[in-house]
Unconditional design. Structure first.
Length: 218
C-alpha cells in the first residue's frame, strides 16, 4: 500500500512510513526503494534520503537525466524542505534559527554538535517555529537550510529539545515501532523537464496518537 503523492515519466514522490530504510543498508532488511521499483517496474534513483526512523516525503527520479537535474537543485539549495518535529521540551524561543557545526561519527552513526567551527565539521542551519502544543508535547515546523547527516535530530537535541523517541540523541524513551517523531512534510522543486515548480505535502502517520493529536495545528 504505497502512498503516492506525485508521479509522471520523470519523477515519483511518496510518503514513506517510519522504521523502513529508503535504500538497502547493512542490515539487509527490505528497503522502501525496492517496493517502489516493484510498483514502477523499473530501477529508480533516490533523490532525497530519510533516516530509517523518519517518515515522510521521498522523491525518486525515473531517469538519470532527471536525477542529475534534481541533484543539482539540492546542491544549489533551490529545493524547499520543510519537516515536522514533535518534542517534549520547548525551545527557549517559539521561533528562531539554529546554526551549529556538525561532525559525523561513522562508527556510531551520529552527528556531534559544536557551537563553533572545528576541523572536519560542516556548517548546519535550520529555522524552526512552534505550531502548537498538547498537554505533553509540542509541534515544531522545521525549514532545512543545509542538508547534513542527522541535522535536525542533532541540532534540536543540542538545544535541549530532542525529537520524541530519538534515544540516540537523548530522548528518554524509544517509540514502540522504533520510529521517531520527525516527518518530512513538504518539498518544492523545479520539474526536471518542464521547469514547473512542484509543491508536495505528505501527512504525518494517521495511526499514531501523538501525530493525530497535534494534527489540528497543521
Amino acid at each position: 500500500m504505497l502512498d503516492i503523492l506525485y508521479k509522471d515519466h520523470q519523477v515519483i514522490a511518496l510518503n514513506k512510513p517510519a522504521a523502513i530504510a529508503v535504500q538497502t543498508d547493512k542490515t539487509g532488511d527490505p528497503a522502501f526503494q525496492e517496493q517502489v521499483e516493484a510498483y514502477c517496474k523499473q530501477p529508480l534513483h533516490a533523490v532525497n534520503r530519510l533516516d530509517r526512523p523518519v517518515s515522510g516525503l521521498v522523491v525518486f527520479a525515473k531517469t538519470k537525466s532527471a536525477m542529475t537535474a534534481l541533484t543539482e537543485q539540492f546542491r544549489n539549495r533551490s529545493v524547499e524542505k520543510t519537516y515536522l518535529a514533535v518534542v517534549q521540551e520547548l525551545p527557549a524561543e517559539p521561533e528562531g534559527t539554529l546554526v551549529h557545526f556538525l561532525r559525523k561519527n561513522e562508527a556510531k552513526n551520529l552527528a556531534k554538535v559544536y557551537t563553533e567551527e572545528q576541523p572536519g565539521t560542516e556548517r548546519a542551519e535550520i529555522r524552526y517555529r512552534l505550531l502548537g502544543s498538547s498537554e505533553r508535547y509540542h509541534l515544531l515546523e522545521i525549514q532545512l537550510i543545509t542538508g547534513r547527516h542527522h541535522q535536525i535530530r542533532a541540532q534540536l537535541a543540542a538545544i535541549g529539545s530532542p525529537v520524541k523517541g530519538d534515544v540516540k540523541y537523548g530522548f528518554r524513551r524509544s517509540n514502540r515501532d522504533r520510529s521517531i517523531h520527525l516527518h518530512a512534510w513538504r518539498i518544492a522543486f523545479d520539474h526536471p523537464v518542464s521547469g514547473e515548480r512542484i509543491r508536495l505535502e505528505a501527512l504525518p502517520p494517521k495511526e499514531d496518537a501523538v501525530w493525530k493529536a497535534l494534527g489540528a495545528f497543521l
